[in-house]
Design a protein around this ligand. Structure first.
Ligand code: HEC
Length: 93
């Protein structure tokens, strides 16, 4: 419970730093996973890049579930080179 006046410190940065610019959200186009199941070489390359930057820390650069950020996780990151232990199955359909 607040009993006395609330003291709000004045901005001490002169001149004040401008707020970050607001950026409106965008809606991504829907993805047809059946098209992605038969990918073009360009899509495969794009996927490799995304995997190495976003997933490899846990799943390992070879996808063996041995990435450094996944070392202490329980359960362990999935090993994509093995069919064992998949919770939702390794296929799209
Ligand atoms: C922070 C670590 C981490 C990152 C980063 C990460 N994963 Fe995982 N992933 C896990 C863990 C842990 C599991 C196992 C979860 C379980 O067994 O319940 C898992 C499981 C999976 C599975 C198996 C699901 C199943 O049915 O068993 C897939 C597919 C997967 N990850 C894909 C990805 C992809 C694609 C990326 C990058 C876009 C990614 N993961 C990034 C930790 C990570």
């Amino acid at each position: 419970k607040i009993t006395g006046p609330v003291l709000v410190p004045k901005d001490s940065v002169k001149p004040p730093i401008a707020d970050l610019q607001q950026v409106k959200g965008t809606i991504s186009a829907p993805v047809d996973i059946f098209k992605l199941a038969n990918p073009t070489p360009e899509l495969v390359e794009k996927g490799k890049t995304i995997f190495q930057t976003t997933c490899a820390t846990c799943h390992g650069t070879e996808g063996k579930g041995d990435g450094i950020a996944g070392a202490t996780l329980n359960p362990k990151p999935r090993n994509f080179t093995s069919l064992d232990g998949w919770k939702n199955g390794p296929k799209l359909t």
